[in-house]
Ligand binder design. Structure first.
Ligand code: FES
Ligand SMILES: [Fe+2]
Length: 399
């Protein structure tokens, strides 16, 4: 009988239990629009390094990080068609990792050299890869995000903490009225009255959570195993302050380990505006992103170091960015790798407890070579029950 504990969830390098589990699923690795045709970049995911490039045909490709010859980084090389040529001595690899050209070498040597390559897919503005063994599983789609509206993949968020700090937070509705009190004040949302009870249940896709305040349920949020959060939220859309005060957004976010001490979040928003209105919003949003290139991490670190407070942040910052900083402060504030054994969980942690229970159950199955649960891809929005009247309880939404 294998024993697994919370430390097994945190470690995700090659060969670790959680690393093996996460590698059973397609994972996002980069934002599509950040990778132009003909460009290559070095990327790191789950403690492994890779070379990601976009062939001149437009196809994204993922290879091992280093050249088989003498190990320099292939990301510094040249993209030629759908192949990549090394910057050091010019060996060329195709998208399958097969060496196809070796200047100065005997014919026949190249055929014996191959480096690792991985399947890729692009979807919802993100590049996904499959890093596991064998054939990849069916690609998981999110039909709710394929409908009309403005679909935007936000700037990836690189944080210096373990990815599970972020996953736990996704099931933690109780933090919102406190951590995000300044954001809620600025959007005019009041802190809800009365204690909320937290509820969470396992579903065919992961976890459905909601809170109840004075006997009334808030809308639901959805967690897709193993590391995807879905919600519909109010006041957290990027754009003008007015956008934040009037628009709902459906959001998916993947929390992916870079290594055990850092992680990246890929966020996809669908905002319910179409036609000219949609286009105008898209422009406003990109302008806000461009004109407010704030050092968000630095601000968060200054708050953690006691050099400033959340309330010192200028009123002109977008609410999306303010939420970002507020979340950063509490999650990075837990420590890059939090010691979970010291926690004292209570009633409000129902969702956190269920999330950990599912993860530990699946890791145990994996450790014992038993089948893991086959999570289904389903639409979560249909039962979100978000109505304008629910705006006042937007504070119950975890992010
Ligand atoms: S190290 Fe790549 S060709 Fe020599
Ligand atoms: Fe939050």
């Amino acid at each position: 009988m294998a024993t697994v504990d919370l430390n097994d969830i945190i470690r995700t390098g090659p060969g670790t239990l959680a690393g093996r589990y996460l590698r059973l699923f397609w994972q996002p690795i980069y934002r599509s629009r950040d990778l132009a045709p003909g460009h290559a970049v070095a990327v790191r995911l789950m403690g492994e390094d890779f070379t990601l490039y976009r062939g001149e045909s437009g196809q994204a490709q993922l290879l091992a990080s280093r050249c088989a010859h003498r190990g320099t980084l292939l990301s510094t090389g040249w993209v030629e068609g759908d192949c990549l040529r090394c910057f050091y001595h010019g060996w060329q690899y195709d998208a399958d990792g097969q060496c196809v050209d070796q200047p100065g070498e005997d014919r026949g040597f190249a055929a014996k050299v191959r480096i690792a390559s991985y399947p890729t897919r692009e979807y919802l503005g993100l590049i996904f890869v499959y890093l596991g063994e064998g054939d990849p599983p069916e690609f998981r789609r999110f039909p709710d995000f394929e409908g009309p509206g403005v679909l935007e993949a936000g700037e990836p968020e690189y944080w210096p903490c373990n990815y599970f700090n972020r996953l736990d937070n996704a099931r933690d509705g109780a933090h919102v009225p406190w951590t995000h009190s300044e954001s809620l004040r600025r959007t005019g949302a009041s802190r809800p009255v009365g204690a909320a009870s937290s509820h969470a249940e396992e579903t065919e896709y992961g976890i459905r959570s909601w809170s109840e305040r004075q006997g009334k349920p808030s809308y639901y949020t959805h967690f897709h195993m193993p590391n995807i959060n879905q919600n519909r939220s109010f006041a957290r859309v990027e754009g003008s302050l007015e956008d934040a005060a009037t628009l709902w957004v459906d959001r998916l976010f993947w929390r992916v380990p870079i290594d055990d001490e850092s992680c990246v979040s890929f966020v996809v928003d669908l905002v319910p505006l179409t036609g000219d209105e949609g286009e105008a919003y898209r422009q406003r949003r990109r302008q806000t992103e461009e004109s407010q290139r704030l050092p968000l991490r630095q601000i968060g670190d200054d708050i953690l170091a006691g050099k400033m407070r959340i309330s010192d942040i200028g009123e002109d910052i977008s609410i999306y960015k303010l939420f970002w900083i507020e979340d950063y402060v509490v999650q990075v504030g837990q420590g890059s790798v939090a010691d979970r054994s010291r926690e004292r969980l209570g009633r409000v942690d129902t969702g956190v407890l269920l999330l950990r229970k599912l993860w530990l159950r699946e890791l145990k199955a994996l450790a014992e070579d038993e089948p893991v649960k086959q999570w289904q891809s389903v639409s979560g929005r249909a039962d979100s029950a978000a109505t304008p009247a629910a705006r006042a309880s937007a504070a119950a939404m975890p992010s």
